[in-house]
Design a protein around this ligand. Sequence first.
Ligand code: HEC
Ligand code: HEC
Ligand code: HEC
Length: 439
Amino acid sequence: MRQRARYCPGESQAVKRAFIIFIAGTALLFGFLVIVIVLNESENDTSALATSTVANFVDPQTRGAYLARAGNCAGCHTVQGGQPYAGGRELPTPFGTFVTPNITPHHVSGIGIWTAQDFWRAMQHGKGRDGKLLYPAFPYTEYTKVTREDSDAIFSYLQTIAPAENAVAPDRLRFPYNIRALLYVWRALYFKPGAYELVANQTPEWNRGAYLVQGLGHCNACHATRNALGAAGGAALGGGQVAGHSWYAPSLTSRAEAGNADVPIEEIIALLSTGQSSKTAASGPMAEVIWQSLQHLSAPDVRAMAVYLKSLPDSSAAKSAPSELTADARQRIAKGSKIYEKHCKDCHGTAGEGAPGAYPPLADNRSVTLPSPLNTIRSVLDGGFAPSTASNPRPYGMPPFAHSLSSEEVALVVSYARNSWGNRASLVTAVEVDKTGSD
Ligand code: HEC
Ligand code: HEC
Ligand code: HEC
């Protein structure tokens, strides 16, 4: 060995290099582990924030009930027709199916033996009572912004509801996602705990809106792209497909999608609180968010959210002039117009103008001209209702066309709607309609 080393200096160099790489690698790995552990263990309570405009509630329980609505906790923790908060709802994701836990105060199957501190740890740090790391399917990546005071209020409300004896089935996650310990690494990479911090040069109203949108409202849980490990990537509120659904949640910053920089404040408020504005209607998962959560918020809170959303700087790329439609495209659009006349015109109008308060316009409606045609195809296939709200208890509906129109016909009529009355967006093919699948 020594002899070879002496005669082959190159090899000795290689051995030395390998050794250095080994040491450096080990040090790096060790450093990474230390960071992972430190990030997972630090549980400093970040500063409390007194921006609440709901402080005039008489008791913390009523306040907690309101805040639980703002966080739409019942939306995920309730099965259809089941007792609110008793858990058991299945949430399909690319990693497998989560089954939400029971968060009623039942001592065995719920969170009856939890303390306010345990609950705070779940909200701010994504950890269960026994320190178990929780999956971010529970949007603690957003709820971490919630203040201690608000977390305590939600907890005291949850402790007052009727305990439900409902032991829920275990999650059905695929390997390797079913290994909870891997969340140590995930959290080190993607999770930064910390309550919302006031932005000094903004108004209390703006801060309140930011707090609700970024925290309890967990808008970013849907309105952002997800990477292969399910972490929200890309720009905040930059738009993305909703996990487990074939719906696209548009960018809330881009003018070309659902950005609000140019939208009058009253229109934003109308959409968030009733699911309809003069330009568009909320559909699918967004209609549910409004039905279960946003319509119950106080007028000042909805206005605060609208103020914040309107202030977000526009992120869209400069619009290039649309190219000429080819003869083939014009032909497809003409075919689509026949289908529109027969099946859509009665509600949405000859010029796509809709009918105020009943049928949304399709002309000059950004939901129709989104770069991704997914939601428009979804609307035509499934039909739907705008959310039922106090001001609009019996919304008009749209029938599903999945059984009465072929994929080709859906493609043609959607292409027509996306390219008529001043609208301009990509044409759609039957293959795209088939790929949309069912929600
Ligand atoms: C998008 C769906 C979703 C929403 C919204 C949601 N949760 Fe959950 N929650 C989950 C899932 C999924 C889990 C289980 C995570 C796991 O198994 O690691 C969970 C876990 C929990 C836990 C831990 C329970 C236990 O037994 O360990 C608590 C507490 C909780 N949620 C409270 C809330 C509260 C309070 C809200 C509203 C502010 C809320 N959740 C909103 C999906 C949701
Ligand atoms: C469960 C997923 C989900 C959550 C949570 C969610 N959204 Fe949405 N949102 C969607 C989807 C999907 C659409 C597209 C369907 C549509 O246009 O209504 C949408 C559309 C919108 C639109 C455009 C509506 C239109 O028709 O032009 C706005 C504005 C919006 N969301 C705001 C919000 C805000 C603010 C929050 C947080 C308080 C939020 N969303 C939370 C899924 C979600
Ligand atoms: C009976 C009346 C009716 C008919 C017929 C009808 N719609 Fe609708 N449409 C509605 C209503 C009501 C809504 C709002 C539903 C919602 O918010 O989910 C809607 C929503 C839509 C949307 C989503 C708009 C938005 O702002 O998100 C699109 C796109 C659409 N319709 C296209 C069509 C096309 C294309 C046809 C014909 C194939 C059609 N509709 C036929 C009543 C109708």
